[in-house]
Design a protein around this ligand. Sequence first.
Ligand SMILES: Cc1ncc(COP(=O)(O)O)c(C=O)c1O
Length: 276
Amino acid sequence: MYLLNGESKHCIEFLDRGFQYGDGLFETIEVIDGTPVFLDQHLQRLDLGCKKLLIPTPDLSILKQEAFQLAKDSDHAVLKLIVTRGSGGRGYRQPDKIHPTRLFSLHPYPTYPEELITQGINVFFCNTQLGISPSLAGIKHLNRLEQVLARAEWSCPDIHEGLMVNYDNHVVEGTMSNVFIVKDDCLYTPEITQSGVRGVLRDIIIELAKELKIPVIETVLSKDDIYKADELFITNSIIGIWPVKQLVEQTYNVGLITSKLQTLFLQFKKQTLDSL
Ligand SMILES: Cc1ncc(COP(=O)(O)O)c(C=O)c1O
């Protein structure tokens, strides 16, 4: 199911700059019982991305209404929102008048075995590195070729995610997730200043950890820091929190802090949904 600028058609103009240049942003949102989960947080990041890319943010109340309209009959699904700068402009130059395109699409929720949440996943370090690009770090723009190349590095179904470093050899994130480690009862996550996406889940987990009085440090992390972690987990809006049980030859337990955050996160998600 699709909603393109409010209408149920799915033909994008070939001059659309999202298609021509990746000139836009996207959000991937879980839907539960007809409700897009953490929609406000997703729209807030979209708004921030629009401001950074100088795209006029589409009316957020219209986006909200369209999100609910498309999600309303789904028990569990994935809602994707793409906003582009629209069509026009010669070459890279923006058109004088920008009419952003907004496209919602609804997809089946992927089925993941429960044990990925309870027992953890297997990850490895991808060879593909992330560029250093401070002006784009944080936002979820449409240019995802590094992730596409990284994801092409494995096909074995027993590997669930690839971790990525940037050209400074700092660990930044997974191909589709943010990364956290626990070391000596503190929670660490890579700062997202040079590369990477500032995940909606990442921000929520940081706030929940603070509620649990767990010190949270956003910093530069090396591969060695990851190997030496007491606990390692990844997050995104669709999977929630997946503990890591194996990184190549290094094994991890699903530790106490990861489990506490998983429990608190599920409570927080339920409360958020109940309050709508
Ligand atoms: C490259 C990348 N980093 C991080 C994330 C996590 O973002 P979020 O928590 O908003 O889902 C994603 C999600 O798709 C991603 O693609």
